[in-house]
Each structure stands twice: as C-alpha cells, then as structure tokens.
Design a protein around this ligand. Structure first.
Ligand SMILES: Nc1ncnc2c1ncn2[C@@H]1O[C@H](COP(=O)(O)OP(=O)(O)OP(=O)(O)O)[C@@H](O)[C@H]1O
Ligand SMILES: [Mg+2]
Length: 228
C-alpha cells in the first residue's frame, strides 16, 4: 500500500492472510485531508488519504521531514480534526480520542512532576479508559517496566532519564493500555540501532507476552508506526 504525502511516497504494509470474504477492518480512513491555517496562507499537509488497518497488520509511514507523518497520526488519534474525509473504527465514525487507539508521540511527552512508575500509570487512570483495582494497576505497571527494562528506574523523574529511557517510558505508557491500535510516531528515534531492533520486536510481541491480554480481552493487536 502506498500513501502519498506531498510528493513523498510512504507505506510499507506487512502482508496478512485474510480471507477475501472477511470484513474485519478495524480502522478505515477515506479521503482524509488536513490543512493548517497560517497567517497568510494555508498549508495542505496531506490530501485524499485512504487507509485500512486490519488485525495483526503493521503499517509504516515513511517520508521526508515535514511531509505530514505526525499530522496524520495525531489526526487518526483524534487529537486534531481533519478538513475532509472520514475515520471509522470498527465501522463507527471516530472524531475524538478513543482508548481503543493508543498514541506514542514523537516527543516522549512525560509529565515532569511524575516519576517513571507514575508516568506509565497515567494512561491507566484516565476517566475514559477501563477501571483497574490497585493490584491490577501495579501488575500492569510492573509488566510495562519489565518490557522496556526500566524496573530499576521506577522512582526516577523525567529530568533524571536519558533520551532513550524517556522514550522507553513513553512506549511502556502506551503499551500498558493495551489499545487495539497503537499509533507510534518515531518511537525508537532516541535508541541506538541494535536496541531499536529489540524494541521493534517487543512492540510486535507485546500482546503475546502480556499477562493482561486476556483480561482486557483484545485478541487482536495492530500498530501504525512512523519511523520518520
Ligand atoms: N499545529 C500546526 N500548525 C501549523 N502548521 C503545522 C502544525 N503542525 C505541523 N505543521 C506543519 O505541517 C507540516 C507537516 O508537519 P508534521 O509534523 O506532520 O511533519 P512530519 O512528517 O512528522 O515531520 P518530521 O519527520 O520532521 O517529524 C510541516 O510543514 C509543519 O510545519
Ligand atoms: Mg513527525
């Protein structure tokens, strides 16, 4: 599948075996367009984007800096509105943030007054998501810290973390929510090449390794990745 961003080609889509008759599309995007209004002019960032995400697919957006990858991901996440087109999740129109879609931002966006453990738990305590008891919450956070190798930094604050560590907290924060679709914006940019490969694998395998998987009840897991 290819998506065009202002002359920049884009997407790698992992082939997935689906029966042609099955219609298990989770995320469906049709004719999506986004413009930003500047003082004197309009910036057309992307236009006429069509995209389908089906179970177990990994989709990569590739493109030059400034071509609109982050804008597309934040629009899909419902954090800004599109100027045209529609986004549907499991057949329903989607036009605001939804806990079934997780987002890992290009910047780790950690809350500086919260330590690693509290930053990871932040997304689990939002009103929009499912409610967890203390024991479940602790288990999820501990698992998240294990995934990203930060068990020994649970009490550290963002100012005490390296760039790569901050990015790993951000990854854990997104993964522990166990969203159906995880939108990741250059998730491993602060990691070295070898570590990056390891974490790419973790994100693909996380649902299989996670003890929470059955309790949350999402048998499927997909991710959209922007490797920049
Ligand atoms: N909130 C905004 N207001 C106005 N213009 C914006 C806004 N956000 C992004 N832009 C512009 O939209 C274009 C696309 O930006 P975006 O961040 O989506 O690119 P990108 O492909 O993610 O780039 P990079 O690879 O450098 O992260 C750029 O020209 C940018 O200046
Ligand atoms: Mg970007």
């Amino acid at each position: 599948m290819y998506i065009e961003f202002n002359h920049t080609e884009v997407v790698f889509q992992q082939p997935v075996n689906h029966s042609p008759a099955s219609d298990d599309t989770l995320l469906e995007v049709r004719g999506l367009a986004k413009q930003y209004l500047s003082k004197n002019h309009t910036i057309a960032v992307f236009d006429n984007i069509d995209l389908q995400v089906r179970p177990h697919e990994v989709i990569c957006l590739l493109g030059a800096s400034g071509c609109g990858k982050s804008s597309l991901l934040t629009t899909l996440a419902g954090l800004q509105t599109a100027n045209a087109g529609e986004i549907r999740f499991a057949g329903e129109a989607l036009n605001k943030p939804d806990p079934r879609l997780g987002m890992m931002f290009q910047d780790p966006c950690l809350l500086p007054w919260l330590n690693v453990r509290q930053n990871i738990s932040f997304g689990l305590t939002l009103d929009t998501g499912p409610k967890f008891c203390k024991v479940e919450l602790k288990q999820k956070i501990d698992t998240g810290m294990q995934w990203v190798g930060l068990q020994n930094s649970a009490d550290a604050y963002p100012s005490q973390l390296s760039g790569g560590m901050a990015q790993r907290v951000s990854l854990a924060r997104a993964l522990v929510r166990n969203p159906d679709i995880l939108l990741m914006d250059e998730p491993f940019s602060a990691l070295d090449a070898i570590t990056r490969l390891g974490y790419a694998r973790i994100t693909i395998e996380a649902d299989c390794r996670s003890p929470q998987r059955g309790s949350v009840g999402h048998p499927r897991y997909r991710r959209s990745l922007d490797f920049g």
